[in-house]
Design a protein around this ligand. Structure first.
Ligand code: SF4
Length: 366
């Protein structure tokens, strides 16, 4: 029997989003469950805590590369407390920047890709590893992605696109949050959605579902919109990472979702900014969403090898020494775009007259 300590580093996530955004060390939970079944003694700690449990192996997860400092801090912290234990680091940052991670924590073993080739991928998670009760669980129906968008790390970390035909055996909670990078790319997605529609919990209760990532607008057909609605997906998000000229397709997706009963306040459009599309083009995309009266989720681009991010929201200026600024963007534009999104979303949510906030932002020269 091995004593295993699973560690989620102290990621710089605002406290209020730690649970509301379904922030869960899903990889560690799967690995921990797998080891428990093998007879190992497993404990999970979230953050840096002095714990009295024994540890022969310490498995630390990592997320975005720009949160690398939190991973190094966790490795140092637990190495000091358990100098005899083997420290191992896996997850996104470790997979994308193994050399950087190894240099920062030379005493650790770095793992790239899925743990032991995905041995724990479909396991029914032992939620008793967590201290708190959760009414939701995270599920993947696919790994990798069929597309190779330049800014995305998915296909680098998980180069092989793999999928499941069903996730019913994994369901344990009334809310299922899908962490697929591109859920609709699963070749069996229609069957999976039909299964979800039919599935019943105890006392005949139905599931609700959510997709953390945006839906691929090339795969979101009216038929699929209906299946998503029937499977009780909430807050559908459309991924619009491409240029403004794609707006007719995005509008079709928005309309398809409205047709099957989603209200305009339920629908979101994901957009990456501070990237190759100019500020002016991003504003045009934002304007389109204002016309359709749907809200926007903006995602500020950071390169896959960016190892820090000290961006502070607000009016105070910062430079590329603080956070990544794309060569065709400026700090001012990053802040103005973000503010315009916030203001527009408020206007849409509160049914304020079209563009009430946006006009104020647009009138300033950038
Ligand atoms: S479609 Fe989405 S998940 Fe797939 S490579 Fe592009 S950004 Fe990444």
């Amino acid at each position: 029997m091995t004593n295993i300590l699973l560690v989620e580093p102290e990621f710089p996530l605002p406290d209020k989003s730690r649970n509301h955004s379904h922030f869960l060390p899903i990889g560690l939970l799967k690995i921990g469950t797998w080891h428990r079944r093998k007879g190992d003694r497993v404990r999970l700690v979230r953050g840096l805590h002095s714990t009295r449990v024994k540890a022969d192996r310490i498995l630390i997860t990592s997320l975005f590369t720009y949160w690398s400092e939190a991973v190094h801090a966790a490795a140092q912290f637990y190495h000091r407390r358990y100098p005899e234990a083997q420290i191992e680091i896996g997850g996104i940052y470790a997979s994308l920047m193994a050399g950087h991670c190894q240099e920062a924590v030379p005493f650790a073993q770095i793992h790239q890709g899925l743990y032991r080739n995905g041995v724990a991928e479909s396991i029914r998670i032992d939620f008793s590893l967590l201290q708190e009760y959760l009414d939701y669980q995270i599920v993947h129906t696919t790994r990798g992605c069929t597309r190779h968008c330049a800014f995305c790390g998915t296909w680098r970390i998980e180069p092989e696109f793999t999928w499941k035909r069903s996730i019913i055996p994994e369901i344990q909670k009334p809310r299922v949050v899908f962490y697929d990078n591109n859920l609709l790319a699963n070749p069996h997605i229609d069957d999976i959605l039909r299964e979800l529609k039919e599935y019943r919990l105890a006392q005949g209760r139905r599931l609700t579902c959510e997709s953390q990532s945006g839906f691929d607008l090339r795969l979101l057909t009216p038929h699929r919109a209906r299946l998503l609605r029937d499977a009780r997906f909430k807050y559908p998000r459309i991924a619009w990472d491409g240029p403004y000229k794609e707006w007719p397709t995005v509008r079709e997706c928005v309309n398809a979702l409205k047709e099957v009963g989603y209200g305009r306040k339920d629908i979101f459009v994901f957009m990456i900014y501070n990237h190759h599309l100019s500020y002016a083009e991003m504003r045009a995309k934002l304007d389109a969403c204002r016309r359709w009266k749907v809200r926007v989720i903006d995602c500020r681009y950071r390169p896959l090898d960016q190892t820090f991010d000290r961006y502070v929201p607000g009016p105070k200026a910062q430079t590329a020494d603080d956070y990544y600024i794309h060569p065709t963007w400026s700090d001012l534009q990053v802040r103005r775009f973000r503010r315009a999104v916030r203001h527009q979303n408020i206007a849409i949510l509160l049914n304020l007259p079209n563009g009430r906030y946006v006009q104020g932002c647009e009138s300033r020269k950038v």
